[in-house]
Unconditional design. Sequence first.
Lengths: 547, 637
Amino acid sequence: MKPLDPRLLGYAQATRAYLAATVVLGFGHAALLIAQAVLLAGAITAVFLNGAAITAVEASGLPVLVALALVVAARSAVAWLQEVAAARSAAAVKSQLRSRLLTHIAARGPAGGRPAGEIAALAGGGLDALDAYFARYLPQLLLAVLVPGLLLARLLPADLVATVTIAVTLPLIPVFMALVGMHTEAQNRRQFRLLARLSHHFLDVVAGLPTLKLFGRARAQAGIIRRISDDQRRHTMRTLRTAFLSSLVLELLATLSVALVAVGVGLRLVHGDLDLATALLVLILAPEAYRPLREVGANYHASAEGLAAAEEVFTILETPPPVAGTVPPRDGDIVFENVEVRFPGRAGAALRLDATIRPGEVVALTGPSGCGKSTALAVLLGFVTASSGLVRVDGVPLEDLDLAAWRRRIAWVPQRPHLFASSVYENIALTGNADGPEVVAAARAAGADVFVQELPEAYGTVLGDAGAGLSAGQRQRIALARAFLRDAPIVLLDEPTANLDGATAAGVMDAIRRLAHGRTVIIAAHRPELIALADREIRLTAELVPA
Amino acid sequence: MTAAAATDRSAPGAGRGFSLYPLLKPAAGRLGLAVLAGSGAAGAAVALTAVSAWLISRAALHPPVLHLMVAIVAVRACGLSRGVLRYLERLFGHDAAFRILADVRVRLFERLERLAPAGLADFRRADLARRLASDVGAVLDLVTRVLLPYAVAAVVGLASVLVVGALAPAAGLVLAAALLVAAVGVPVLQRAAARRADGRLAPLRAELSTGVVDLVHGLPDLLAYGATRDRLDRLAVVDARLTAASRRSAATAGLGAAVTVLVTGVSVLAGLIAGAYAVRSGTLRGELLALVVLTPLAVFEIAGPLPAAAQHYAAARASLHRLAEIWTAPDPLHSPRLAPTAVSTAPRQRSEPAGQNGQHTRLAPTDVSTAPRQRSEPAGQNDPHTRLAPTDVSTGLRQRPEPAGQNDRHAGPAGVPELRVEGVTAGWVAGRTAVGGFDLVLPAGSRVALTGPSGSGKSTVAALLVRFLDPWAGRVTMDGVDLRDVPADEVRAVVGYLPEDAYLFDTTIGANLRIARPDATDGQLREVLRAARLLEWVTTLPDGLDTLVGEHGMALSGGQRRRLALARLLLTDARVLILDEPTEHLDEATAVALTRDLLAAAGERTVLLITHPTDLDECLTRVPVTAVRRGPGRPAE
């Protein structure tokens, strides 16, 4: 894995400013380290060998204690600035990536989507893994270059042997780490996917808990969760055993080198090749030369998680969204020209349709279930692309149309409307462009007003996740209310009375009749009274061809 | 400590949250090893600096090299052992943490299992999964990033203070104070500020996560209505608030690092001043001055990360609090009046006569002969009797089953209980009555259609019959026994329910079916698929039973989803079938035929059909409807 993915700079501009700030702070950090070491070595030597009083020791005109206090204060300030810069940049970068990710997913549409649990895991906790990358890994990475460079430059004139020892062992560390890292990178990726799968599995099992309970299988799931968790632990530990090897190599090399330098300096000191102040300077600075690299190693795994998350985001961002056309849609015939839709992994066509629908017509799509009624509507909405054949609107192929403008001309009532975790009002309005009376009027037309009024806070009632608290029929009527509010020239209804009782269904059909006036209506229907509402019936017979 | 553990286990719903000790207990041995190895590694690092400092100082006095040999060997040994011990610490620590993690996850799921679905009406689904997947992950942090660093720092810090203090008492005292500031003072300061930030961040993160799941699931609706931009903008607002809140907590995160660097410097300065005075006054040998000054530098390499560890603790605490919320959510079902533990730990014990209650023993034999537990008995695979239900269904499809005479009829009419709902008032959320004063009788083998407008509480009646809910007033009985006296699992083994939102899992068709009967053969699966009029379609699929149904079964059509859920129900041994709109999303002809098949296949079983009057007129006229009932009061509408 690259320590710094250049795409991070491209997708998240906040990274650049952060890198600049970190370089400046890194220089300050290294300079202060050297200053502190020089002052300490000088002071210890003066007191120990020369028998001076500590208050009398001076360094470049200042009492050494004052100089040291100033250096300590400055180091503290640099540390503070570094952390603040890291945390702020991480927050900004996460926000930038998240917003790009969601915008991209919204632009790409429902086709080929990844499970919502995975995307939620990515946009939330997955990206939070970048915090450690920014706060610990990235600055240490820069320091790992800056600090040893500056320290070696200072040590070179003081003690050649120690300088060479450090200069030779330092590069060994990244080499060994890279070797181990190459070995663990694939494992890290697998690890991240395993976690995402685990998260998806949980979402699935928790959402299906009532069903599991009905079959007395819920308790057994606890065992499955334990098994998956145990598998996860074993897999992770296997990864970690090798992954931690890189830090073992690093710690060994770093600590052993310091030990060698210390012993070497001591021996040369005995022989009088070196003075104490220099020896102490080497002793204080040697571990500092290795420290940033060690920190890099210590935070490698946390940051690898962050980078893997960023990588997942980039992978999604790099699958281009479908190119939408630009032709403004006009009224006119909707023509399905030998349209055929096939889904990967499924035998036979999901839809075969050759039909013309004229403006103002009310058409019922009928046929046995699974014949592609909903798919036909999905094709019109641009959610599904025909595998062969063409859909034309007033002669213009659908893919050349400005898709957003085309969808603005459509009101759609899906079979399973999604209700959002917000108020009933917002669930009907969806956008902020509707005003209160319009929403209530639409709800009334859809037969939703009565039950909405009986909710604790009427239109202000916040619905639970996926519309918990409403029955399927009530959800359907919320979706119908959306269609009434939309007031669009084309209306697509997918079994609009499927969940309604007779009285409500009759009321809704009255409403659909009113709605149909002067509009093109396509109804996926199987109830005779709904079919009777249409001017014309198109029977779908996508015969199933065994693969 | 054992008392604390016992309390936690015996009353998980009554406790204030997690008590840490019982969670750590199963991995205590590994944790101990981790602390030991970690202390060794950190000790080696400090010793390396201390001994080197002395070695160099001593060397400056030009002694014979032989006098330095012990120090030289010690320095090299420290250099070698640190890495190895640290490696061991991390392995032991992570292994222990993952074990604890698995434990917490399972215990939490078991709690959720008790709560669902009625007790979870207040929690949002996306939020719940987040709690499970990410808040539980906080336990991992708690062990590896909080517990271990603190334990190791405590051991090594104490040892260093003692050594430095023995040489220069003032320096030792300052070092001790500085360590306390880094380990306790900085975190306390940080927490005071960060607690507010974390409290702010966690709900924002949850809100963002719910919003993201909403966006992805509701994407078709949003795109069709041109509301995607609006949603994204709204998410951007939440995101901006989250980002701003994160930025605000940045200053405090930095404060910790700054103070830590500061106290490191102070302890080094104190070492220098105190050491220098001690050397001047002759209480400290000059060659030990460097040791006194430089040891704090090494100690703070160990103690420096503590404020960060404490921050992890604060975040983990917030997560544990949210987990505790689930722990303490009130139980939706009244506690059974019969010994509940015997049921949950050893379900088979049921067949022993309960003794206290004659009616209960009458229920038990039925239950055992049809209950799914039988499947787990090894002989079951080959015994034709255990395939009772599927055989039943297949014969029923071709001809109405004879009331007696077939060898698989041993569960017979006697196995079908009579269910009664007597003056029941109930609801899902306190204060919102869903059904009031409701009466219903389901004699054994009857066909009853439950009708009423949507929202009138039909599903609530079904929930009462499978004991998802207990009535607030009145009672539900099975052969005269109050359902509250029957463990919920036993009720559900007898009463099968196809809810209107029957869930399909993101796995294969076969696996979804086998939830009802894990050991079912492919042949049995085909039988129930045929009964649900789905077999023809499944055989056209290239992967057949191994076809994936997609998230929430979205790769199937509405009618296919419905019939797959129905087939799954038919695979059970349930003697009472509650079917909520089994033919929803089906075309007229299929719906009529399917309903006819179903009622025929049900044989002696009781069928409660939840449906609309229109469906009744067109589909059910051919079958005897013995009762059409509706709750007299409809407080919900």
